[in-house]
Design a protein around this ligand. Structure first.
Ligand SMILES: Cc1cc2nc3c(=O)[nH]c(=O)nc-3n(C[C@H](O)[C@H](O)[C@H](O)COP(=O)(O)O)c2cc1C
Length: 189
């Protein structure tokens, strides 16, 4: 059957070898500097026979982090680490998109540069707890972004997308859920 799970599928200019897409899953395995390692390359190579892999979410800047040991896609070291991943997947004739996130109010000062307060559209603390290196800690009240700061955030996404191209990704997915900075469904706690 032409539309069976094992038939090819065209997405943009990509021809996927089947219709299985691996969902993004945070693995918390990045090294110092939020750099992907050989372990990440092995993990994705082992799964490259899916038609398409969406990677674990990766922060667009140091300020976008929200969990320990998640990878970034903003520095040259990270690009070099991700290049090992994309080369491994392409060697198996797979395709791979990177998922971009900016965690916003789901983050915690202990994870952020200089212990800064997470940012959000409004200064509304979510219900629940952040995952930190010291264990679960209550969410803090975020700082409301100024309108004048938004172009800088957009520029971070653009920069990350450029780095993703340099790293050899076939595309990007923007994470826009779960209370992160871009979440159209986000409701005040
Ligand atoms: C350990 C774990 C990590 C996840 N990390 C991400 C992530 O980085 N980005 C994302 O969009 N979803 C993430 N998810 C959500 C999954 O991609 C998936 O949408 C979710 O498990 C629901 O799929 P299911 O209905 O097939 O279980 C994660 C889920 C799990 C269990």
């Amino acid at each position: 059957m032409s539309n069976s799970l094992y038939s090819t599928f065209t997405i943009g200019d990509l021809q996927l070898s089947n219709r299985m897409v691996m969902a993004p899953m945070t693995r918390n395995r990045a090294a110092k500097g939020a750099v992907p390692t050989d372990l990440n390359a092995t993990y994705y190579r082992q799964r490259a026979r899916a038609g398409l892999i969406i990677t674990e979410a990766s922060q667009v800047s140091a300020e976008g982090v929200g969990y320990p040991a998640t990878p970034g896609i903003y520095s040259d070291e990270q690009v070099a680490g991700w290049r090992k991943v994309t080369d491994a997947v392409h060697a198996e004739e797979g395709h791979i998109f990177i998922q971009l996130w900016y965690c916003g109010r789901i983050s915690h000062p202990s994870l952020l540069p200089d212990g800064q307060t997470p940012v959000a559209p409004s200064a509304i603390r979510p219900e629940g707890e952040s995952v930190t290196l010291e264990g679960m800690q209550p969410f803090v009240e975020p700082r409301a972004l100024l309108t004048s700061e938004i172009p800088g955030i957009v520029a971070q996404y653009r920069h990350a997308a450029e780095k993703a191209k340099q790293a050899g990704f076939d595309g990007i997915e923007v994470h826009a859920a779960n209370g992160y900075l871009i979440d159209p469904q986000s409701k005040p706690a």
